[in-house]
Design a protein around this ligand. Sequence first.
Ligand SMILES: NC(=O)c1ccc[n+]([C@@H]2O[C@H](COP(=O)([O-])OP(=O)(O)OC[C@H]3O[C@@H](n4cnc5c(N)ncnc54)[C@H](OP(=O)(O)O)[C@@H]3O)[C@@H](O)[C@H]2O)c1
Length: 332
Amino acid sequence: MKSVVLQSYNRNIIRAMLGLKVEEVSLPDIRDDELLIKVHAAPVNPSDIAFIQGNYNIVKTLPAIPGFEASGIVIDAGKKSSKYIGSKVSCFVQSDGSGTWAEFVVANVEDIILIKDGMDMDQAACLTVNPFTAYGMFDIAIQYESRAIIQNAAGGQVAAFMRKMAMNNGVEVIDIVRKQASATTLEKEGAKYVLVETEDNFIDRLGELSKELGASVAYDAVGGELSGLMFNALINDSELVVYGGLSGKPIADVNIMDVIFNNKIISGFNLMDWKSEISEDDFLRISNEIQDGFMSGIYNTSIRGISSLEEIVAGLRSYISDMSSGKLLIKP
Ligand SMILES: NC(=O)c1ccc[n+]([C@@H]2O[C@H](COP(=O)([O-])OP(=O)(O)OC[C@H]3O[C@@H](n4cnc5c(N)ncnc54)[C@H](OP(=O)(O)O)[C@@H]3O)[C@@H](O)[C@H]2O)c1
């Protein structure tokens, strides 16, 4: 099969991208509880960029096939899983021997979602990670009965799902972006409180808005000083949920007094941990709810364009130059 292959990890993103080659590799073997999926589409996510740089918590044996999620059709299965042959699925794959930026991928039956009739297969390619991450994270705001939330990387797709969930639950959102152009786009889409992190009065505005709206949960995908600014802006009895480290910097400038005296906490969110903590029935219910949301037009992953396996380097360049323009889909 044809596949993108990573020859070596490189912290320099340009060198890491240029190290990606398209090669013919043998079809992976499948075990009893595994499925062979013909890939329809696979997105590029920030975790893929971190992976090829060797900066992610998954490190595969090289040469490796990148890509952690995809949609496709099951064309073969191990002995215990033959009932899935012919099914449309969305899959999440972190195993050493496989990856989704290829014509075929092997997934464990536990790591697939059956796709409902009527669900768009491009949207299904981006189903297993971001919508569930937003669902799991928004539940924290519900537990807090928070009247408002703060989030950074607000031009991204997780943040877009969070805005929809907040709107559906009557929760206000303070969105933080790093570029004025992203702020303009979000405002056109109806976002009410958008702040640009480089604006002169950013810290004051963030604090004022947070108090006025009653923000008790903040979601941080960036790290660095911005984490501390968001934490410090939250009202008392509140939580900063860290779920990404896009700046590559450690969390900084957290007000110690808030931690000690004002019941403000910092936590991490990891989709895999969240998934392992909920029952299969709950996961199925949430999956149905999310897929129904896609089919009724409530949810949508914004897609910037399609790339073939051969166009991977140009596609990645375009994605990292402006991540807020939506996901790049790789179609073999
Ligand atoms: N913990 C988990 O379980 C989990 C699950 C899913 C996703 N995530 C994380 O969630 C984050 C967002 O993912 P996504 O799929 O929503 O991303 P995405 O749609 O690809 O968009 C990324 C967004 O982050 C912004 N950004 C990138 N680097 C930044 C920086 N240094 N400072 C400020 N903003 C920056 C981009 O803005 P520009 O347009 O300005 O580039 C863009 O709006 C990622 O860190 C991802 O790894 C975590």
